[in-house]
Design a protein around this ligand. Structure first.
Ligand code: MG
Length: 382
């Protein structure tokens, strides 16, 4: 396509603002199915938009993060978690001179493979598919964007760039050479984000109190700083201030701990940090604080009796649905029934169940195991 001279070209913009170790879209290895360049959007910008406009992304609004919809409407869903990750990742990436378009594409994609009912759903599907290699939401994100999503007639999936797919492949494999710095930023932002917002949601829901959290040195230090700065605060604004401080402190620490190492390494291209095994990492002190906070959240929140009940019910439903659909594959929607020949019946059933929102999963359960209401999920299709 002829380039319109009055647009600021994506490659010119990248040359002006990216650090030498950032991944420029202009140097992308491209897509499996080659496509012409866009006149004013770079390749990673197009990937971000493809993910944003996908059915899988929209379904994040119907998938729980930690707390289910019937526990109220304050807490995060998988969608709002994703938007918070994208925002924090872009903040970190901008401060380090990295490619924000690539970061945003990776952040918006990072959780699209989550099945209904969060990690409870993932564990149930993993168990159902144990003989088939198990189930991982990171791997299923790749199945969605490479095979199941429908964007056009010319190819299956979204035909994303190799860099975006490689970032997600690294999340799925949890091994191999260090990923691009942009992918590392998304990974770091994910944990910063959920530490802060799970703390907020858990206190808001009354599962733990700020005083109990203050047993953790990281939280105690932040609450003391807030008190010194703002004086005694009502519980609500004290909680808000703590959440802001948790994010700020972790982001600032990651930048302060990483920037001198990046400057000293003097990388001249995006692949040099990967080849050198360079890892963005928090300082040892903050890493310890994060580990303690995560352990606290695991014991006191993720394993809280109110969540265990939700978890057990969701897992029972998914196991029963899996068995019922395996016994009666004619009930699979056509796009999943078509996959039985290529991926086998168990995987096709698992893929279908994983693609459902929490609500569609409940609707399907009520359809297959009638208890007097409901007539099946309304939400399938791409
Ligand atoms: Mg996440």
């Amino acid at each position: 396509m002829d380039q319109a001279p009055f647009f600021w070209q994506p490659a010119d913009r990248e040359r002006a603002i990216l650090a030498p170790y950032a991944m420029p879209g202009a140097q992308s290895l491209g897509r499996e199915f080659p496509e012409a360049e866009h006149p004013y959007r770079g390749p990673f910008q197009r990937d971000r938009d493809r993910i944003l406009h996908s059915a899988s992304f929209r379904r994040l609004s119907g998938k729980m993060q930690v707390f289910t919809g019937d526990m109220g409407d304050y807490h995060r869903t998988r969608l709002t978690h994703t938007m918070e990750v994208a925002s924090i990742a872009r903040t970190i990436g901008r401060a380090l001179g990295l490619n924000e378009d690539l970061i945003e594409a990776l952040a918006l994609m990072h959780d699209v493979g989550h099945p209904p009912f969060g990690h409870a759903g993932e564990d149930a599907l993993d168990e159902c598919l144990a003989d088939e290699g198990g189930f991982s939401h990171n791997q299923f994100a790749l199945t969605l964007v490479c095979q199941l999503e429908v964007r056009c007639q010319a190819y299956p999936g979204l035909n994303l760039t190799r860099e975006v797919l490689a970032g997600q492949q690294y999340r799925a494999a949890k091994a191999g050479p260090a990923p691009l710095l942009e992918a590392q930023v998304v990974d770091a932002a994910d944990s910063i984000t959920y530490n802060a917002h799970d703390t907020d949601d858990a206190v808001m829901l009354g599962l733990v109190s700020l005083d109990e959290l203050a047993d953790l040195p990281l939280v105690a230090n932040l609450l003391r700083e807030i008190q010194d700065r703002e004086g005694p605060l009502p519980e609500l604004t004290r909680r808000k201030a703590l959440v802001h401080a948790l994010i700020d402190r972790q982001v600032e620490d990651l930048l302060l701990a990483s920037w001198p190492r990046l400057a000293a390494a003097d990388f001249r291209s995006a692949d040099q940090p990967a080849r050198a095994g360079f890892r963005l990492a928090p300082s040892p002190g903050i890493q310890q604080g994060k580990t303690e906070l995560e352990r606290f959240l695991y014991q006191r929140v993720y394993r809280h009796p109110r969540l265990i009940r939700v978890r057990q019910q969701a897992q029972r439903r998914l196991r029963e649905l899996f068995a019922a659909l395996r016994a009666e594959p004619a009930r699979l929607p056509p796009e999943f029934a078509e996959r039985v020949d290529s991926v086998g019946l168990p995987r096709a059933v698992g893929d279908y169940l994983a693609s459902l929102t929490d609500r569609s999963c409940d609707q399907l359960y009520c359809q297959l195991f009638p208890i007097g209401w409901g007539d099946g999920p309304k939400g399938t299709g791409w």
